[in-house]
Design a protein around this ligand. Structure first.
Ligand SMILES: [Zn+2]
Length: 266
């Protein structure tokens, strides 16, 4: 039976997490988690995400973190990887395991995972802030080895520019997948049909940046194109994690209303 790994994209729904430079933590963590799960499946892992869309288990922060840990415990996961984006003055990557190191295996895996992901950040010119410990709820409440990754600072220009870049997101996601596979002892040469991370497989009829992991939204994105309600940038990109301005919202809403009126014959 394939080993279960739970990937936890931090925040979601009404909780955006950290914000800065037009980005919200909840969107970036989901993008990284979706691509990491795609790469991890290449190693034969049974990957489960605590959330696949813009939502949480609960609007109560404590209940939500509890539910994320419980999700992993119920899945009898072999590893729990929580993905977050930092803020508050700084740059680069750091990783956390539970304070006290009661779980030696978590520390051993942190060494492996940290090396892979820090290297991907350093290649892009962002520093390695080191391996740390903290008493985070998701680390404390999960009963398997667990790690929390703080992937760059959303409120620093250089970090945010990279977090907006699909190639960078893919390089981080691939490093997380490789690190987790090595830590769990399922690492092998990627499958032959593993597409290059720089050329993600496309699952949309119209956009090259709608890629595996976004299946839950791809059909809606294509339908909006076909109905003339929302378009991309004219160069084949939808820019799935860009924010919408009020002007863009007004145009899209008006297109939608016109479409409906036309269907009604008015
Ligand atoms: Zn966070």
């Amino acid at each position: 039976m394939a080993k279960v790994i739970v990937i936890d994209p931090g925040h979601g729904g009404l909780d955006p997490g950290a914000v800065g430079n037009g980005l919200q933590e909840k969107d970036v963590t989901l993008a990284i988690a979706q691509r990491a799960s795609y790469f991890l499946r290449q190693y034969g892992a049974d990957v489960r995400l605590t959330r696949a869309g813009d939502r949480t288990f609960s609007t109560d922060k404590h209940a939500d973190l509890n539910a994320r840990a419980e999700f992993a415990n119920n899945a009898q996961a072999a590893y729990f990887v929580s993905i977050h984006i930092n803020a508050g003055g700084g740059s680069g990557f750091e990783s956390y395991v539970m304070t006290g190191m009661a779980d030696e295996e978590a520390g051993r895996r942190q060494n492996i995972m940290h090396r892979e992901v820090a290297e991907a950040f350093e290649k892009a010119g962002l520093p390695d802030r080191g391996k740390k410990t903290a008493n985070f709820a998701v680390l404390r409440l999960t009963n398997m080895p667990a790690i929390l990754l703080e992937c760059g600072f959303i409120d620093r220009d250089e970090d945010a520019t990279l977090l907006r870049n699909r190639t960078f997101i893919d390089s981080i996601a691939e490093a997380i997948a490789r690190g987790a596979a090595k830590a769990m002892g399922i690492f092998s040469s990627p499958l032959v049909d593993n597409p290059s991370p720089n050329q993600p497989q496309v699952i949309s009829k119209y956009y090259k940046d709608i890629t595996p992991g976004m299946e839950w939204a791809a059909a809606s994105v294509d339908k909006l194109f076909e109905r003339g309600i929302m378009r991309g940038d004219g160069q084949g990109n939808f820019r799935p994690f860009d924010k919408m301005t009020r002007l863009e919202a007004a145009v899209a809403l008006n297109h939608a209303i016109e479409y409906v009126l036309k269907q009604l014959g008015r």
